[in-house]
Ligand binder design. Structure first.
Ligand code: NAD
Length: 429
């Protein structure tokens, strides 16, 4: 059996879509590989005076609909295959969202947790020097991803402006508010997912107060989502982070979890130190500790993977109790798991739709950078709602028309829009 990799998993879904759309060989070929894969080694001086060199990538999958767009991750396991898959997913995502971008992704094979802040800044600036020719507001606009943040975006913009002797606020998004960032970007991914979920539950006449939600990951996407759901009357029954999670059938207050996480560094920290837990306190609060694997299989109505890729697989898909899965993480479900979930009647709202709020508000940041405007938080949220519900409607229409899953429908919408752009540009006959 061929080895499953992030790009092979992307291709499985893509090939299904291409087959359904009945494209010719020339058209299929335009989707098979990224347009460009840029590889560089970047070298920095460590604080101890030695030099360190890291592999770095920028993968540009497709720019038929506009400049390439996608984050940069700093991770020791960020390899070319993973970055390729993420770049391709970005192209589908921007097309589904209907925003004028293509898809790209970047990565540096480095563990930033082993570096000092100055060394991380060195890596960030070296990345921009290495890829200066390939990025820019009209060419390819990066953003944060795993282990990169607004500080890093600021260093990258600063390096780019120094190199090009330009004022270029739109060359990168996810910047700090004080240096060209947009209001509402920090909550955008969760808020977009929340708008879609609320719309779906409304349409199915489901009452939030009767819906239990389990969320894997309590970072930017997962924690904001927990707050939105809790405020809207949903019962958040489980949350987790890399050190494990907690479950309570009575519901968990995300405000309390925020406090625990700030105080102890983990969502379970108030009850457990490592594997030793205060059982009496947990009993009083009706809470129990769960592993990240268990969390996925808990009794709940809605499951939200908001941490890692490849967590819902053929091994556990059959054990999932939720009726809805909202993918805030990128690539959490394998194609084999998708088939099992579909056979069980579980509705999956796929990553390319569910988490597209992040790139949508990045587009608003890019727009503001180019125009010099500064939008209010209320305006950003309203526009996000409009754009993401439009995308949801398009995907739902496609799913109904073709009698297919939301993932297949989202891919179909995305591929058709990219293809249309390639046709009008004369790239295909
Ligand atoms: P983050 O770094 O802020 O949070 C990640 C969370 O996952 C943390 O709580 C971390 O403890 C947890 N985690 C790490 N390893 C884990 C493990 N083994 N098991 C369970 N939890 C674990 O990241 P984020 O920005 O919230 O991104 C989360 C996911 O959402 C990623 O897949 C990312 O690609 C996707 N996403 C994020 C955005 C965004 O705007 N932040 C946009 C689109 C997609």
């Amino acid at each position: 059996m061929p080895v499953s990799t992030p790009y092979s998993r992307f291709q499985t879904t893509l090939h299904k879509t291409l087959k359904r759309l009945d494209l010719d060989d020339g058209e299929n070929a335009l989707f098979s590989e990224p347009q460009y894969i840029h590889r560089r080694d970047i070298t920095i001086k460590r604080d101890d005076g030695t030099e360190a060199t890291y592999h770095a990538f920028r993968v540009q999958y497709n720019n038929a609909r506009g400049p390439y767009k996608g984050g940069i991750r700093f991770h020791p396991a960020a390899d070319e295959d993973e970055v390729k898959a993420l770049a391709a997913l970005m192209a589908i995502k921007t097309a589904v969202a209907g925003i004028p971008f293509g898809g790209a992704k970047g990565g540096v094979q480095v563990n930033p947790k082993e570096l000092t802040k100055r060394e991380v800044q060195e890596v960030s600036r070296a990345y921009v020097r290495a890829f200066q020719e390939n990025i820019g507001e009209d060419i390819d606009c990066p953003a944060p991803d795993v282990n990169t943040n607004p500080d890093i975006m600021a260093w990258m913009r600063d390096e780019y402006e120094l190199l090009t002797r330009s004022y270029s606020p739109a060359m990168i998004t996810g910047k700090p508010l004080s240096y060209g960032g947009s209001l509402g970007r920090d909550t955008a991914t969760a808020r977009g997912g929340f708008f879609i979920l609320r719309e779906m539950m409304d349409r199915e006449a489901l009452d939030p107060s009767e819906l239990r939600v389990a969320i894997q990951g309590f970072g930017n996407a997962g924690a904001h989502m927990a707050h939105f759901l809790h405020s809207a009357g949903y019962t958040v029954v489980a949350v987790s982070d890399s050190q494990g999670g907690i479950y309570s059938a009575d519901g968990i207050d995300p405000v309390r979890i925020d406090k625990y996480k700030k105080k102890t560094g983990s969502v379970t920290g108030e009850y457990c130190e490592g594997s030793v837990c205060d059982i009496e306190r947990m009993r009083l609060d009706n809470v129990r500790k769960v592993s990240n694997e268990e969390l996925l299989e808990l009794p709940c109505d809605i499951l939200i993977p908001a941490a890692l890729d490849n967590v819902i697989t053929e091994k556990n898909a059959g054990k999932i109790h939720a009726k809805y899965i909202l993918e805030l993480a990128n690539g959490p479900t394998t194609p084999e798991a998708d088939a099992i979930l579909e056979s069980k009647g579980i509705t999956v709202i796929p990553d390319v739709l569910a988490n597209s709020g992040g790139v949508t508000v990045s587009y608003f940041e890019w727009t503001q950078g180019r125009s010099g405007e500064q939008w209010t938080a209320e305006y950003v949220d309203e526009e996000l709602k409009r754009v993401i519900l439009e995308a949801f409607k398009a995907v739902r229409r496609e799913a109904r028309r073709g009698e297919m899953s939301f993932r297949e429908a989202a891919f179909a919408v995305g591929v058709k829009r990219i293809l249309n752009a390639m046709r009008v540009r004369g790239w295909v006959r």
